[in-house]
Design a protein around this ligand. Structure first.
Ligand code: GLN
Length: 493
């Protein structure tokens, strides 16, 4: 068998090459930069790829440190991509919106600072649905990203750029954000691993706020071990984010050693319901059988209120978004439209700067929060959210983890849902419940349906990342998806 190319390897394999001196950080970063430059025109995963010189200069600094005897951490000298809603000091951050064009944040998001400290080399900023609102990356103001498994299909969203980049080997790992599924759903549709941590596990400082009670940052990786490494690097308390939990960060890689004997896993029937494609259901059912063979006790269970998740989310998320997005006034960020006074300038900037989906969310959210409607919509949605949380709390008295499909369908054709918001929102039916309850959830590839990836979702109790990583790792070792990549012919490589 021929040696795999550097760009085909996960972080842990690249780290071993680096530590043994078999490859330099410069060689590794050059391999990914070259691959990204060659392939991204097919995919449009990146909104901005840094210059080769800048990337290689940082890699060379890591090589020099290593030559001088400095011990290297697991991310040192390795390339990582960042969703373009994470603030990067002095480096344009657009949220794929015209309203932020040219905006250079004066500081790094905490996750960015932590990866920098760990020696990671940033390759570029990845594409997303504008302000992370969407499930296909087609709502980017700068054009969609394509799925590397089929260039006529979407990569999922909103972190579609990060998912496509990792799937196609343009970078070994990336960060995304997940408010209603935006890490897990694109991970599933692109055949990579994606993890949404517990609300509060990772600091949100420097993440452009969409819905603050739901947003979390998390990793995309080639395998579960790499997702664990990245989570360990970015997790932990942060004085700059009052919602970050004051809990020590465990050694997540320990989760990867254990087997599944005696683990109690529930399969909530509401997450296998209407809208879940037959092939997806079959693939996830086969994955569940495999978990049983690995020693887990799997049984069906119920989350009685989970069926209301979409309705609840599409009140709460737009309500919070309408408030968070009030700050884009044409004064503090990006381009400013002409106007005779503050109000007309504000209106013109926002009319020109925001795309149709963002405008729709602002209108929905403003309506839901209006006097007279607040009780009927926002308050009622919060009450049902509490019921959904309680359903999960009860389920976790009997189970250590829950499993479900990540997405009800495989990747859909570009253009097929973009004019139909309800069809687009339905993409989130399996992923949103974990956001509403603030729980950690992982998507691991579990099969192919007509050549397109399917994801198995593993949901844990609050701060139960160890458990879901353990389930994901054991499943990945035993499943035959491991190592599968989009066929090269699709990418013309
Ligand atoms: N697709 C969902 C939405 O449009 C979730 C997005 C996200 O998680 N950022 O709101």
């Amino acid at each position: 068998m021929s040696q795999p190319a550097l760009w085909e390897l996960p972080l842990h394999a690249l780290h071993r090459l680096l530590a043994s001196g078999a490859a330099s950080a410069e060689e590794i970063c050059a391999a990914f930069w070259d691959r990204a430059t060659e392939q991204d025109p097919h995919l449009h995963a990146f909104l901005d790829l840094r210059s080769r010189e800048a990337v290689l200069a940082e890699a060379a600094a890591v090589d020099r440190a290593r030559a001088a005897g400095t011990a290297l951490g697991p991310l040192a000298g390795l390339p990582v991509a960042l969703k373009d809603n994470l603030s990067t000091a002095g480096w344009e951050t657009t949220c794929a919106s015209r309203i932020l064009r040219g905006y250079r944040p004066p500081y790094d998001a905490t996750v960015v600072a932590r990866l920098r400290e760990a020696g990671a080399v940033f390759l570029g900023k990845t594409n997303l649905d504008e302000f992370a609102m969407g499930s296909s990356t087609e709502h980017s103001a700068f054009g969609p990203t394509r799925n590397p498994w089929d260039l006529g299909r979407v990569p999922g969203g909103s972190s579609g750029g990060s998912a496509a980049a990792v799937a196609a080997g343009l970078c070994p790992a990336a960060l995304g954000s997940d408010t209603g599924g935006s890490i897990r759903q694109p991970a599933a549709l692109c055949g990579v691993v994606g993890l949404k941590p517990t609300y509060g596990r990772v600091s949100r400082y420097g993440l452009f706020a969409f819905a603050s009670s739901l947003d979390q940052i998390g990793p995309f990786a080639r395998d579960v071990a790499d997702a664990a490494t990245l989570l360990e690097a970015i997790a932990g308390p942060d004085p700059l984010d009052a919602t970050s939990a004051r809990l020590a960060v465990p050694d997540y890689s320990e989760a990867l050693q254990a087997d599944l004997s005696g683990l109690r896993i529930g399969a909530p029937r509401e997450l296998f319901g209407e809208g879940v494609e037959e092939d997806v259901r079959a693939s996830v059912a086969a994955a569940i059988d495999l978990l049983g063979e690995l020693g887990a006790n799997v049984s069906e269970c119920s989350l009685p209120h989970a069926g209301y998740s979409l309705d609840v989310y599409y009140v709460i998320a737009p309500a919070e978004a309408s408030s968070n997005l009030a700050r884009y006034d044409g004064v503090r960020y990006g381009p400013r439209a002409a106007g005779a006074d503050y109000v007309s300038q504000f209106a013109a900037t926002r009319a020109e700067g925001f795309g149709p989906e963002v405008r729709r969310r602002i209108m929905l959210g403003t309506y839901a929060l209006s006097a007279g409607y607040y009780d009927a919509y926002y308050d009622r949605a919060q009450r049902v959210r509490t019921l959904i949380r309680r359903d999960f709390a009860e389920a976790f008295e009997r189970f250590d983890a829950l499993v479900a499909p990540t997405s009800p369908t495989v990747a859909f054709p570009l253009g097929s849902r973009v004019e139909d918001p309800l069809a687009m929102y339905a993409s989130d039916i399996c992923s949103i419940p974990a956001n509403l309850a603030g729980l950690p959830a992982l998507s691991v590839p579990c099969g192919l349906s007509n050549g397109l990836p399917v994801g198995l979702q593993v949901i844990g109790p609050a701060f139960g990342e160890m458990t879901i990583l353990r389930v994901g790792a054991a499943f990945e070792q035993a499943s035959d998806f491991r190592g599968k990549r989009p066929p090269m012919a699709v990418l013309g490589g």
